[in-house]
Design a protein around this ligand. Structure first.
Ligand SMILES: [Ca+2]
Ligand SMILES: [Ca+2]
Length: 268
């Protein structure tokens, strides 16, 4: 008897690999665009699974602290990933595909009625900048979205990081669309189709301010993504995982190799 997959299972795997991704969706916004998509997590088929599926690039993510739990996403977006009562989070391994000098990340986010702490939406980061392209995206305890992208720099101070923030707190208990562009000409954050123009201190940590300009991409490091935690103060890869996204949910997480026009997007 031969061990391993039978001919049938090999054939099935091959068929699945060759099937073009089913991106047809009523999920509103530029999420329907397929050009330049490196990874897309719809979470529609992930309930009860140990992995969340990248329906475009097969960069599946490993669910931590339990199995994937899904909830209703925005209208038209089917299911969404719940960070759950157990604070589940997702780890997506490093890949050469993440070496993006220019690109975008966009997603739908649901915040709970109260924020007990800052929330780590996603992070590909360490507590230094000896490699370029660290990126972390938070919601601070005041409810403001905070995006930071870092250049390669051995200095300890963060005054040359790119930091984009929402000027106001994000709405709670409703879906909000967040669009991030990185690389030249500028790191940008859009909240429900509006360019975020927050200035001054945020609640994450001292040492950087909202509104610091920069045009950094995310190429040049070998870090995994973490969704639902922050690794920005971790001394080693996945060593320190902060800011659980307790009570929140995420949908249609998409990583692209091109910048996108998120302006004018209306929430469902
Ligand atoms: Ca979905
Ligand atoms: Ca860093």
């Amino acid at each position: 008897m031969a061990c391993g997959p039978t001919e049938d299972t090999i054939a099935v795997a091959r068929d699945q690999a060759e099937t073009s991704p089913e991106l047809a969706t009523d999920c509103p916004g530029p999420v329907a665009e397929t050009e330049g998509v490196v990874a897309l997590y719809t979470f529609d088929q992930d309930q009860g699974r140990a992995q969340v599926a990248d329906v475009v690039g097969n960069h599946n993510g490993s669910v931590q602290l339990g199995l994937a739990a899904t909830v209703d996403g925005p209208d038209g977006c089917d299911r969404a990933f719940s960070f759950g009562s157990d604070d589940q989070y997702i780890v997506i391994d490093d890949s050469p595909d993440w070496d993006l000098e220019v690109g975008s990340v966009d997603l739908w986010l649901w915040l709970p009625a109260e924020l007990a702490n800052n929330i780590g939406v996603f992070s590909r980061d360490l507590d230094q900048r000896q490699a370029p392209g660290h990126i972390s995206f938070f919601v601070d305890i005041e409810g403001r979205a905070v995006l930071r992208v870092q250049p390669q720099d051995d200095e300890l101070e963060n005054s040359n990081d790119a930091v984009a923030c929402s000027a106001a707190a994000l709405p709670l208990e409703q879906w909000v669309h967040l669009g991030i562009n990185f690389g030249p000409p500028a790191v940008e954050l859009f909240v429900d189709g509006q360019l975020a123009t927050g200035e001054g201190p945020d609640a994450i940590i001292g040492g950087w301010d909202c509104g610091q300009p920069g045009e950094y991409g995310i190429a040049g490091n070998d870090l995994p993504w973490v969704v639902g935690r922050s690794t920005f103060r971790s001394l080693e890869v996945l060593g320190t995982l902060e800011f659980p996204a307790s009570g929140g949910a995420i949908d249609h997480l998409r990583i692209s190799s091109e910048r996108r026009d998120f302006s004018g997007l209306l929430a469902p």
